[in-house]
Write a protein that binds this ligand. Structure first.
Ligand code: APR
Ligand code: PHB
Length: 389
């Protein structure tokens, strides 16, 4: 098989890029290790920045998002006593959509056949070859038969555990990693949200987040020690802890119900540079991971895809051989600023094991400063809605 661009990974990054390239007449094929159902089963966050919404609009796949998504003008920080509302619409003129990121993947997936975006699922033993040449290729097994895709560019959209990043020589690549000493225990429940906007809480007992998927489906999180297992937490124990950490006002509005999903995810900050080497480009989680505080994961993948699609379209349609060379620096510039925001909000809103009274006093002081400073709130707001691409 021969194509212009071979995309490895059919998560949100891979499918978004595939649709954008297809719309521009750039020939591409997407290969995916898992089944469509498995890809859709991945638990994901629920906040979309404008860059993600804009790209879905550009490929004409924003209908359901606009029909079912909730438009939010603000979100809240809670410090155990009060809610500090960040008026993102008033401070930035922008809003965010609350819409399950899994639904973004579903919308992208459902459009592949009608749009002629070739996506090959359940491949095995994906391997990248000759990425430093102008004629790279990808091999994989499908149904016991080895297949080969010859292409001009490979784009690794294969997530943190995929092979693409690892195909870049260690002498070329540099990894930046920070692992946090806690995880997030998340539950999904078919109950109405306790608040019409998100609440991120830093209580003396720990972090909590009240989010939602719709007006009848809620998503909550508490931070837990890395040694905890989801089975250690009964639904009642989670509801009790949420009521304490989110504060009395939110607690009074919590509707309890059986969890339909319960899991613990570790938190890390990770960046791999460069995001291009030879004929290989990286997008999304293959190149970076952010802690979920601020819901930057998918939205950062979207800005990578925006830059990659722009560069690849110029390369293939305008014979601009320099377009791709600037991709890594441009993408990394926004990646690092999102990493900083996610790291900063995680440090502000979580109680770190071993953190002493001084660290706690600094968090209380920063939250008090934010509560009383338009400038501080504006800084948080412009990062939350997403910095310009
Ligand atoms: N061959 C083919 N596909 C692979 C391989 C492989 N060897 N290894 C991994 N993949 C696939 C995975 O099965 C997965 O479907 O690559 C895809 C990567 O998708 P994600 O991990 O979702 O990463 P990405 O598309 O970059 O999503 C970015 O979206 O919802 C958020 O939190 C999520 O931060 C993440 C963001
Ligand atoms: C979610 O709704 O799952 C969510 C929202 C905001 C975050 C993380 C997760 O920062």
């Amino acid at each position: 098989m021969k194509t212009d661009v071979c995309i490895i990974g059919a998560g949100p990054a891979g499918l978004l890029l595939g649709h954008l390239l297809k719309a521009e007449g750039v020939d591409c094929v997407v290969i995916e290790r898992r089944s469509p159902d498995y890809v859709l089963s991945r638990i994901r966050a629920g906040v979309l920045e404008n860059i993600t919404v804009d790209l879905m609009e550009r490929i004409g796949l924003d209908r359901r998002l606009k029909a079912e998504g909730l438009v939010h003008d603000g979100f809240n920080l809670a410090d155990g006593e009060r809610l500090i509302r960040i008026d993102i619409a008033g401070l930035t003129g922008q809003q965010v959509y609350v819409y399950g990121q899994t639904e973004v993947t579903r919308d992208l997936m459902d459009a592949c056949e009608e749009r002629g975006l070739e996506t090959i699922y359940e491949v095995e033993d994906t391997a990248l070859h000759d990425i430093e040449s102008d004629a790279p290729y990808v091999t994989f097994d499908k149904g016991g038969q080895q297949q080969r895709i010859d292409c001009r560019i490979i784009v690794g959209c294969d997530g943190f555990h995929g092979p693409s990043r690892r195909a870049i020589p260690a002498s070329v690549g540099k990894e930046y990693m920070l692992e946090y000493p806690f995880g997030w225990l998340g539950i999904l429940a078919d109950v109405p949200p306790c608040n019409h906007e998100l609440i991120y809480a830093n209580h003396e007992r720990g972090f909590a987040l009240a989010s939602m998927r719709s007006e009848t489906r809620s998503r909550y999180y508490v931070d837990v020690p890395l040694t905890d297992k989801a089975d250690d937490w009964s639904d009642e124990r989670i509801w009790d802890e949420l009521a304490i950490r989110l504060g009395p006002d939110a607690a009074a509005n919590i509707t309890r119900g059986p969890s339909i999903e319960k899991s613990i995810a570790p938190l890390r900050s990770f960046v791999f540079a460069p995001m291009r080497h030879g004929s290989l480009m990286l997008c999304g989680d293959s190149a970076h991971i952010v802690p979920p505080t601020g819901a930057k994961g998918l939205n950062l993948a979207a800005s990578d895809v925006h830059y990659a699609a722009e560069a690849l379209t110029r390369f293939f349609k305008a014979s601009d051989n320099d377009a791709i060379s600037g991709y890594s620096d441009k993408a990394l510039s926004r990646v690092w600023k999102s990493e900083r925001f996610s790291w900063s909000l995680t440090n502000l809103m979580h109680r770190f094991p071993g953190g002493g009274d001084f660290e706690r006093a600094m968090q209380v002081a920063e939250l008090d400063y934010i509560a009383n400073s338009r400038a501080a709130q504006t800084s948080i707001a412009e990062n939350y809605v997403g910095l310009p691409v």
